[in-house]
Design a protein around this ligand. Structure first.
Ligand code: HEC
Length: 285
């Protein structure tokens, strides 16, 4: 019989392994459990924990620390004549685009009911869920009727004055009275299955890490072409006109996401019935 707690603990250690040996490719989980027995909500919550950690890293250590150093961030950062990088929402979109290319059918979206960009508007069932989320701030898990996708929706809060100020002043904003700590929008994660296997869970976490790597590499490629390119190495914008290279950036990503992934795995292990079903012949007590 398989001890599920043991497998989850082993998987947690495998994730920690990714964290400790960041330069190594992510190890494939041993396929001890081909059956899908993890509720997808647990996987989506784990992914969101990791995504939130990356969003915090990007917003504070690159965008906010970079501003005073002369690094610019803009919604039109892709324009050839603009020496700029992606705003937080656009770094997330880069990540989402890379995820779309992954064979795992995992999707990520940042939306709102008062979006700057119309394409980011929640509609239909998603909008109803978002209103509920705004009322109690608890994550929502549901199946989107038209796509059949299992979806987790998580609040995106105005955590700094910069969020509020930029949105309130933006020329395209439909709302100019955002306040600190408001639920400005929500991150949604979707997946086609209600239950996932341990292997899928680990592949999803690895896919997110790869997507973050792709997004950061796209920015580095742009930054190398700036009229005045920043130094790229083991330094951060807080140190000067400088950006972390891909390995330095990803090491920090792993350092911040690994505890979130471990916490999610532990939560799953605790929810799971500790013993396998009692065989028909055993005493049912
Ligand atoms: C310097 C300006 C700026 C800052 C700072 C900023 N945003 Fe945005 N944000 C934007 C722009 C521009 C978009 C639209 C990007 C797009 O999709 O084209 C956007 C998109 C979003 C969206 C998707 C819905 C929409 O409005 O299109 C959410 C939610 C969001 N931001 C929340 C935040 C939060 C929370 C923070 C702080 C952690 C933040 N933003 C910081 C400019 C900013």
């Amino acid at each position: 019989m398989t001890d599920r707690r043991f497998i989850l603990a082993a998987l947690a250690l495998a994730c920690l392994g990714i964290y400790l040996f960041v330069s190594a490719p992510p190890p494939l989980a041993e396929r001890t459990a081909p059956e899908a027995d993890i509720p997808v909500a647990g996987m989506l919550a784990a992914l969101q924990g990791a995504n939130e950690a990356v969003r915090g890293l990007w917003t504070r250590e690159i965008v906010q620390a970079g501003g005073p150093r002369g690094l610019k961030f803009d919604e039109h950062w892709r324009d050839a004549d603009l020496d700029a990088g992606p705003l937080p929402a656009l770094f997330l979109r880069e990540t989402a685009r890379s995820l779309e290319r992954h064979p795992l059918r995992l999707s990520l979206f940042l939306g709102s009911d008062f979006p700057i960009a119309k394409a980011n508007a929640f509609e239909g069932a998603q909008l109803e869920r978002f209103r509920q989320l705004r009322a109690d701030r608890a994550p929502q898990f549901f199946v989107v009727p038209d796509t059949g996708l299992h979806t987790g929706m998580f609040a995106d809060l105005a955590v700094t004055e910069a969020c509020v100020q930029c949105h309130n002043e933006h020329v395209d904003t439909p709302k100019r009275d955002w306040q600190l700590d408001d639920v400005m929008g929500a991150v949604t994660w979707s997946y086609p299955a209600a239950m996932v296997s341990l292997e899928e869970f680990q592949r999803a976490v690895a896919a997110l890490h790869q997507a973050v790597r792709d997004a950061y590499e796209a920015y580095l490629a742009k930054a190398r072409g700036f009229a005045r390119p920043p130094a790229i190495g083991t330094c951060w914008p807080r140190d000067g006109y400088c950006l972390p290279d891909i390995d330095t950036f990803m090491a920090e990503v792993y350092r911040r996401t690994a505890p979130k992934t471990l916490a999610a795995l532990n939560a799953l292990a605790e929810q799971r019935p500790p013993t396998p079903p009692v065989p028909a012949t055993a005493e049912a007590r």
